[in-house]
Design a binder for this molecule. Sequence first.
Ligand code: OOG
Ligand code: MG
Length: 260
Amino acid sequence: MSLSTEQKNSFASQLHAAARSGHQVPMLTAETSFSMVEAYDIQEALIQKRIDEGAPLVGMKMGLTSLAKMEQMGVDSPIYGHLTSDMLLDDGGTLDLSVYGHPRVEPEVAFIMAEDIKGPTTSAQVALAVKGVCAALEVIDSRYENFKFTLNDVVADNASSTRFVLGTELHPVDSVPLGNLGMVLEVDGEPAQIGSSAAIFEHPLKSLAALVNMLATRDRGLKAGQIVLAGGATAAVALSDNQRVRVRVQGLGDASFFTK
Ligand code: OOG
Ligand code: MG
């Protein structure tokens, strides 16, 4: 049995309303089962609502690309999500947590694309389409109760995407050993998670290539100027009020924000 367009739209509306209110909903799969392809259909319908509200698409993200994240969430394969302009938070900015349900933060790196690219591709090829790489933080917040979901549920919920911060230093991908950069997530100046970019799908460029190849299955690609978050390098850390959160990435500088 497949979902009707109306049903996909209704699921997208429920998740959109939950994201806007900071309230949680039960997992969609508790009501109806659906395929991974349908989960991405729901995600696209959800993103269209944000775009219609005036927040254009600015990029994409990979999620569940590290073992630490897969173990934390109890799922076992990478997924992608969409990033819209209203998810951007300035480096050093303040995040008001009152509008979110149970936000968490992850240390990441982000790419900015120099050229359009469509799969099939490889890590080596995709590097040629990248303008540069920077330190990044991603704030995720599941719209599901207790931050619990199946893979199809989290795909429908746009991979828990909520906000993200990019560092100010953009470096060419071949100017650093991108496959193994030390990464420290600090909360109030203390290390909360320590990892390496090697944890991001073995290499962040491998994660980027996997994204481009996944998009190709839906006849889509990346566009010049788009941002891509490569995926969290460590388990995510729960946020609370009045914190200073910073990621430091070896060779790439840092990115930070305050919570209130
Ligand atoms: C899904 C999103 C995971 C990452 O970097 O692994 C993600 C979740 O854990 O809620 O963004
Ligand atoms: Mg992430």
